[in-house]
Design a protein around this ligand. Structure first.
Ligand SMILES: [Zn+2]
Length: 188
């Protein structure tokens, strides 16, 4: 069965993913060299998604000039494609009824973005407005941004690597982050 999809979220994400029709990994991928050698790609999606997105961008360029896509490149393309399909499991902090769809990211003194599970809202205008007010009240002089709770959006931002993994695990309801649980999460 074809799994290529077009994702539309707030009109911002719209792509097709042919990799999902051709590549079916059996398990997590562990990086073989470089500064993240030994790290699992699926776990890194929770810890540093921007790193993986940049790496894929680099490999896209290099492989275009040289040879065929290698296993690592395929796996990276696969996990990034799958990540666009994952949706939040956390409830809105304001109405406590709907599933949250947005979060308020706050920029810290080092220019890195962080969020908390209290700073998530559903799509209703009232809850988005309450989320914005909560940010104004608690982070008065900080730069803030309301963004969709989606991996492709997180992967664009410089994130606070000390806290992002815990936040993403809460949002996507992963109680224990291991190569196995992370792979199963993306392989759904
Ligand atoms: Zn709500």
């Amino acid at each position: 069965m074809l799994q290529s999809v077009v994702v539309n979220s707030g009109g911002k994400i719209s792509r097709t993913f042919p990799i999902l029709d051709t590549y079916f990994p059996k398990g997590p991928y562990f990086i073989k060299g470089g500064k993240k050698a030994g790290k699992c790609v699926e776990v890194l999606m929770f810890e540093d998604p921007k790193y993986l997105l940049s790496l894929k961008g680099y490999l896209d360029k290099v492989l275009k000039e040289t040879s065929e896509s290698n296993e690592f490149h395929k796996h990276l393309s696969w996990v990034l494609a799958k990540s666009t399909l994952r949706t939040p499991k956390i409830e809105c902090s304001f109405c406590r009824k709907e599933t949250a769809q947005n979060t308020l990211f706050v920029r810290d003194n080092f220019g890195k973005y962080f969020s908390k599970k209290e700073l998530v809202s559903c799509s209703s205008l009232g809850c988005i407005s309450a989320l914005s007010d909560a940010g104004t009240l608690n982070y008065i002089f900080k730069k803030k941004q309301i963004i969709p709770l989606r991996f492709p959006v997180f992967a664009q931002l410089p994130l606070d690597l000390g806290s992002i993994s815990k936040f993403l695990q809460e949002v996507f309801d992963i109680s224990e982050l291991t190569p196995k649980t992370a792979f199963e999460f993306f392989n759904k």
